[in-house]
Write a protein that binds this ligand. Sequence first.
Ligand SMILES: NC(=O)c1ccc[n+]([C@@H]2O[C@H](COP(=O)([O-])OP(=O)(O)OC[C@H]3O[C@@H](n4cnc5c(N)ncnc54)[C@H](OP(=O)(O)O)[C@@H]3O)[C@@H](O)[C@H]2O)c1
Length: 432
Amino acid sequence: MTDRLRIAVAGLGTVGAGLVRLLQENGGQLARKCGHSIDIVAVSARDRARDRGVALGAYDWYDDPVAMAREADIDAVVELIGGAEGAARETCEAALAAGRHLVTANKALIAHRGLALAKAAESAGVVLAYEAAVAGGIPIIKALREGLAGNAIGGLYGILNGTCNYILTNMRVSGREFADVLDEAQELGYAEADPTFDVDGIDTAHKLAILTSVAFGCEINFDDIAVEGIRRVSALDIKFAEELGYRIKMLGIARRTADGVEQRVHPCMVDLDSPIAHVEGVYNAVVAQGDFIGSTVYEGRGAGAGPTASAVAADLVDIARGSRVPTFSVPVDALAAIPTVPMDRHVGAYYIRLMVVDRPGVFADIAATLRDEHVSMESILQHTRAPGEPVPVVMTTHEVEEASMMRAVERFAAFDTVVEPPCLIRIEPLAL
Ligand SMILES: NC(=O)c1ccc[n+]([C@@H]2O[C@H](COP(=O)([O-])OP(=O)(O)OC[C@H]3O[C@@H](n4cnc5c(N)ncnc54)[C@H](OP(=O)(O)O)[C@@H]3O)[C@@H](O)[C@H]2O)c1
């Protein structure tokens, strides 16, 4: 590196243009913090003619981000294209192969290729930084990797997807159903035209895979995460949750157990008194538990041009200052391959809602099934409806192994008195 950090920015969309604006507006401050300037030298995107709301005339333009990563006279590449494959992956691989530091906001790429990229970075003696890939502006990677370095992390959980949190918050506030609120979120730009990655939990799982690796110093293991989205959460469940003293949140959860690591993503009932219950709208939050510090809570904006550019800039400042920290907390060779605890061995409490035709014997059948599968009921709620209409029967259970609970639910689904697929939501005690 010369007396300045020369960077190339690949991708000039929401985050890329946000980063250019941040460096243009705050460049002076950043130079004082680093002892030298962070200078954009080259940029790349698909459409050169597009107005991005920032001046780009002073930078070399590349149509091909891979060529830019290889050929431009730079110290670092910032990849802000997105996607686990294609131009983003090739740009990142080319940057590391050419011995450039790499900063990315790309959670999909890190979740799927993080280990190989970290190896490449380590052997090239450069930094791979990805603060912006998890929880946008919240400096959670730095907190886990550096701030909590003195602790053994027992577990963490978080609201990691703003779209899910926005939808669940609005369903609760307005009493409307998922599909209706999703339409509105798409109109307002809070959900993508194809919302699959967000509402089906994949985006949360990408971020959880990264957090798990950083927290426990283990190899990234995206494929073994148990993932369930929010499409089946209904306005009725949200109402019942409140009645029972809970709020429904989409969480990513990672926990160390004697048998390995539990990694799961699904809607959860969380206690109304817990801090995470009050993280609403597009906000993200992460709670991490260290053996010496106890529980720590981090909250902030999880997406958007400003927060994400803020995280990318922090990585650039670290590189410019000469800070060198192992990519996933420990050097690649020291990353542990910790087994994943299968979901059917998870032990927890459950909320189950059945829509039943109110006939004599229904409750006896439900009770017999729970008894057979060794599930102990904690509470039961039933509200009357108009005669002839199916009635919601809501139960909560004591702690039980997931495999038993699932067998009971399968049996409920086969009852001819149960007219809809049963709804099951896990109740999270949130003590890690
Ligand atoms: N948006 C957020 O709030 C947010 C938050 C956290 C993390 N992230 C991550 O940040 C990354 C960027 O997200 P974004 O929202 O900024 O995406 P975006 O608005 O869709 O921007 C993507 C940029 O990549 C460029 N691009 C696409 N294919 C290209 C190619 N083959 N060659 C050169 N440039 C190419 C596009 O060029 P054109 O503009 O010319 O089409 C565009 O400028 C993703 O990994 C995303 O997951 C985003």
